[in-house]
Design a protein around this ligand. Structure first.
Ligand code: GLU
Length: 311
């Protein structure tokens, strides 16, 4: 595979979850992460996000590496998978405790999702701080392991996103104190991703817009851990012609099925054309797409994919 010149300090990443075959949305997100980093002549890092060991497996991780290779999405190094990094996450978790920012939460799922709790328009609940002021006696009375939440300040976070533009969120009113470790001891995505990106020097995060609202939580944790903020580019979602979001459920569109039916050049050409990055749905390699790519061409609107172009 072609070697890329790394002449800038940009470090981008792929952070896939090895829980099954990539679907088109994952392929598109991986293509965009690669294009942003390579256009900037930066480095590319691969990290397997296998925190959820029930749903993920090393076998899927291996298929993912092969799928990236098939697509022509090269990377320069792979950092250790999240499932091997519990000790590191404990270290950062303890730093939050030392800062006095953690407290145990005993709320049940149904309490959290109750109709009385404040919710944002997208249905996510805003944690009102129910367990924030429990006394030690009250905590002990639950007699079960708690989840751990980090306290958030009443402060607006601004993401200057390269695709989305300006996105603002006040963690206090739009999110509330959030969970960093679950009652079963597992660390959550927000903490792991912040630690991993920070420790591996990632300074460019390109991923689907469904993760835009995670950026302020991650920026807050970056600040607490002393990591610089990366630049963000949250890319639009792929939707079917009827406006439905393409997802892992569309099995005929996962990479296992698609690889049987077409070349990587065809798939790249159709995705690039659908996203407005090329004028014709003609076959092309990632190198060819890189020649014509500029980040400004990517618009924030949903990308309608005409599936018939694929077959
Ligand atoms: N692991 C996440 C996913 O596969 C991506 C996380 C991220 O890019 O921050 O959707």
């Amino acid at each position: 595979m072609q070697q890329y010149k790394k002449t800038s300090p940009v470090v981008g990443r792929f952070a896939p979850t090895p829980s099954g075959r990539m679907h088109l949305g994952n392929v598109f997100a991986a293509m965009m992460a690669w294009l942003f980093a390579r256009k900037a002549q930066g480095e590319m890092v691969l990290r397997m996000e296998d925190l959820d060991t029930q749903r993920t497996s090393p076998a899927y991780a291996q298929i993912l590496r092969e799928d990236l290779h098939w697509l022509g999405l090269s990377y320069d190094r792979e950092t250790p998978p999240q499932s091997t990094r519990t000790q590191t996450y404990i270290h950062y978790f303890e730093r939050l405790r030392e800062k006095g920012l953690l407290y145990p939460c005993f709320c049940t799922r149904s309490q959290l999702h109750s109709v009385n709790a404040p919710h944002l328009s997208d249905g996510t609940y805003v944690y009102g701080g129910t367990c924030r002021h429990l006394t030690r006696e009250e905590q002990a009375a639950f007699q079960r392991p708690p989840a751990w939440r980090v306290q958030v300040p009443d402060r607006v976070w601004t993401v200057e996103d390269r695709v989305w533009g300006t996105y603002r969120e006040n963690l206090k009113t739009d999110c509330g104190d959030f969970v960093v470790r679950r009652a079963d001891g597992a660390f959550v995505y927000q903490l792991a991703v912040t630690v991993d990106d920070g420790e591996s020097g990632v300074n460019q995060v390109v991923r689907g817009v469904d993760l835009l609202s995670s950026a302020p939580r991650q920026m807050y944790l970056q600040e607490l851990f002393g990591f610089p903020h990366p630049e963000y580019a949250h890319i639009p979602l792929l939707v079917a012609s009827d406006g439905r979001r393409l997802s892992k459920r569309d099995q005929d569109l996962d990479l296992g099925a698609l690889r049987q039916r077409m070349s990587p050049q065809r798939l790249i050409g159709v995705l690039a054309y659908s996203a407005g990055l090329s004028d014709q749905p003609e076959d092309m390699t990632m190198e060819e797409l890189l020649q014509v790519f500029s980040p400004e061409k990517l618009k924030k609107q949903d990308i309608f994919l005409d599936v018939s172009l694929l077959f």
